[in-house]
Write a protein that binds this ligand. Sequence first.
Ligand SMILES: [Zn+2]
Ligand SMILES: [Zn+2]
Length: 341
Amino acid sequence: MNAARYEDGKVQIHDLPVPEPQPDEALVHISAAGVCHSDLHLAKGDWTAVGAVSLIGHEAIGVVESVGAEAARFVGVGDRVILGLGSAGGTHWCGACEYCLGGSPRHCANARPILGTFAEYFPIWAPSLVNLPEEVDDLEAPLACGGLTAYGAVKKLTKHGVVPGRRVAVIGAAGGLGHYAVQMASAFGYEVIGVDMGADRLDFARSMGAADAVEAADAVGALTADGGLDAALVFTPKIAGFELGLNVLRPGGLFVGVGLPPTSDGPIKLDPFTLLYKDPTVVYSAVGTVQDMRELVNLVAAGRVKTHVSRTGKLSELGAIFDELGAGAYLGRAVVDDLAN
Ligand SMILES: [Zn+2]
Ligand SMILES: [Zn+2]
């Protein structure tokens, strides 16, 4: 089978044996795989805490080709599924530790990552798969990480007491994750203010349902003039976006960090007087749970959320797609869609 690896500073396509599923795994014939900004950071070793990896790709839709002996009670051959936990959330969790039982399997010590979905076949822990209705197209593959991560972040609003009707900022509103969050938070009834850079990206955020969109450079002045926002969801992988998120809040507001800037950007500057006057609740959100994925699939099937795909390409074009993504060339997402051909 064809499979991509990131080696010697570039994407390389190899002809590898089709993997055998373990007893608790299903082998999925991939139809489409989304290109996440995390793939780029992971391949280039931008996050020193994680290191560089050659296995790339962690969001995909496909059809179950075969199942291990213990996997048949979760999925069957021919099922169309989404591989839904992203790289940081893992595809396996123990189900019995304090974190798993508390609904945060991301913190499970036994969690394992999904890595390597830019391939024709991929073996995966069967309980992590979610079946797809026919209304959800193969090009919705970026839901697997990008969509799920945005959904998990938007759900933090209700978890931390920000009720529908309140004003919330989505920072990085036109990006791969932000464009989902604008749709989701709007669908939940929040008044969404998209923050991004450039007229095209602000128009795009409005077209996704944002009540208003403001230029990042103007955001603090424009959004704090009447007291500030109830929450800021920060999707942009830039430290400046994190600082902006804290600065647009009203006193007592909620800060939800999501994007992961390169380690070379350094830490967030946090003025103790900002803490004194703003008294913010600061949380981080990464990926989501399998139950979140099921809810998200239902929202997509109902037409409430849709992936904006601005580029499709062949596996052989993945290197070029990485370059374009690194240059910030896309609104929304890019998808590799020839893996089942
Ligand atoms: Zn656990
Ligand atoms: Zn991702």
